[in-house]
Design a protein around this ligand. Structure first.
Ligand SMILES: *Cc1c(COP(=O)(O)O)cnc(C)c1O
Length: 406
């Protein structure tokens, strides 16, 4: 019964599911599960249904295996925010188009991105950054410059409203200056992560309209940024095509040229379903479970911003007990390694049980540290379905797994 598994899977039945791996292997360390078919289905959905170009926001999960799945599924553009991300994507996907969408960059990073990696798209939210970009590129004449507007995050679970973005009083001068310097001029924004209603984009597009009218410039690109939601307990969003319809309608009514392009930068929505985690319960104290991954592992958001992830007990036979609410402690000696949840699990959970924590593909796997000697553990490919999905009802086929080299 016992088989050997390489770092990146190629596991065969009955091991190719969360349950199969937990029960057959009884892993001592946490196991990261990856589901290429789920990421592929999300990518196909955006490629087929978003009425413009979808570029993947790499920071949500920079795993090279994931990048290759997205590329094979039709995602050709990548939103990178650091020179390390530029190098990573350039090396992993040599044909990809890279867009450097961090509004505050090191001048050296801009220069390296432009001269060594062919990056031509940059975002900015100040005149200082515009000067920096022009100096670093030797006043290049082939730039697409995207001015980032500050917009409200009121409809999103994670605000991005305070750090970046030009305020209404600053946009006219900035758009004007960027128009002079750019080959193509774009306007971008970010409504905040996990936007729970399409209205967030409708409101932001009104800010775009006001900025264009006020500055009276020709705009070639409107980039609606990220923020497309995924599904978590207590945070079930409306269907994504409602977001696409709202964005499309708003885009069509903007005072921009007929040939203007619409872009988006989904991060979470493309990769949340890609990954989950098998953890072991090491101790139970009432309604508190001490598990072997936590705030310094893949559960940063569960600890620090109280994010709730779906959980399931992996036990055979299934527990007949009713669900109750649990909180989790992670494995490190730090009190902050605590995840309040609540996480709903059968009332008879005990030490030695395995639990799958779902929807960790975005800002989960990417945040892992080695603090306190934890953080190792293997990664395995599975082909069972993610614990929830926004894409199952839509007859979108993932690319066949044999066309992707993980
Ligand atoms: C983080 C980020 C994204 C991705 O956001 P999601 O909420 O994960 O979709 C897109 N664009 C920019 C500029 C970002 O900083």
């Amino acid at each position: 019964m016992h088989k050997h598994h390489s770092a990146l899977g190629l596991a065969t039945a009955p091991f190719n599911s969360a349950r199969g791996i937990a029960l057959a292997e009884r892993p001592v360390d946490p196991v990261t599960l990856i589901r290429p078919h789920a990421a592929s289905r999300a990518a196909r959905y955006f490629v087929e249904k978003f009425p413009g170009t979808s570029m993947y926001a790499v920071k949500a999960n920079p795993s090279p295996a994931l990048l290759r799945v997205l590329w094979a599924s039709g995602i050709t553009h990548y939103d990178v925010a650091s020179i390390a991300e530029v190098r990573l994507v350039a090396q992993t996907l040599p044909g990809a188009t890279l867009c450097f969408m961090h509004p505050v960059k090191a001048e050296e990073a801009i220069a390296a991105a432009y001269h060594e990696h062919g990056v031509r798209v940059f975002s900015l939210d100040s005149l200082e950054e515009l000067d920096k970009i022009m100096r670093a590129t030797g006043n290049a004449a082939d730039l697409t410059l995207c001015v980032r507007l500050r917009v409200s995050s009121e409809h999103s679970k994670l605000s991005l409203a305070s750090k970046f973005g030009a305020a209404p009083g600053e946009t006219r001068q900035l758009l004007f200056a960027a128009r002079q310097a750019a080959d193509a001029l774009g306007i971008c924004f970010h409504v905040g992560s996990q936007a729970m209603t399409p209205e967030a984009y409708a409101q932001a597009m009104e800010r775009v309209r006001a900025a264009i009218v006020d500055a009276a410039v020709t705009v070639d690109v409107v980039d609606v940024g990220g923020g497309f939601p995924s599904s978590y307990p207590g945070m079930e969003p409306p269907p994504l095509d409602r977001y696409f319809e709202t964005i499309h309608r708003a885009f069509e009514s903007l005072p921009i040229s007929y040939s203007a392009e619409l872009w988006a930068e989904p991060g979470r929505a493309l990769c949340a379903e890609y990954s989950s985690l098998i953890v072991r319960v090491e101790k139970r104290r009432g309604s508190e479970l001490y598990i072997n991954d936590g705030a310094y592992g893949a559960l940063f958001d569960a600890a620090h911003i109280g994010w709730r992830f779906p959980v399931a007990l992996l036990r055979e036979p299934d527990s007949g007990a009713r669900d109750m609410e649990f909180s989790f402690y992670g494995p490190t000696c730090d009190d902050m390694d605590h995840m309040a949840g609540p996480f709903l699990l059968p009332a008879d959970v005990q030490a030695g049980d395995y639990v799958e924590i779902g929807m960790l593909g975005a800002y989960g796997a990417a945040m892992r540290t080695a603090f306190n000697g934890f953080g190792s553990g293997k990664t395995m490919v599975v082909d069972d379905e993610p614990m929830t999905s926004l894409y199952l009802d839509d007859a979108i086929e993932p690319v066949p797994s044999n066309v992707v080299t993980l």
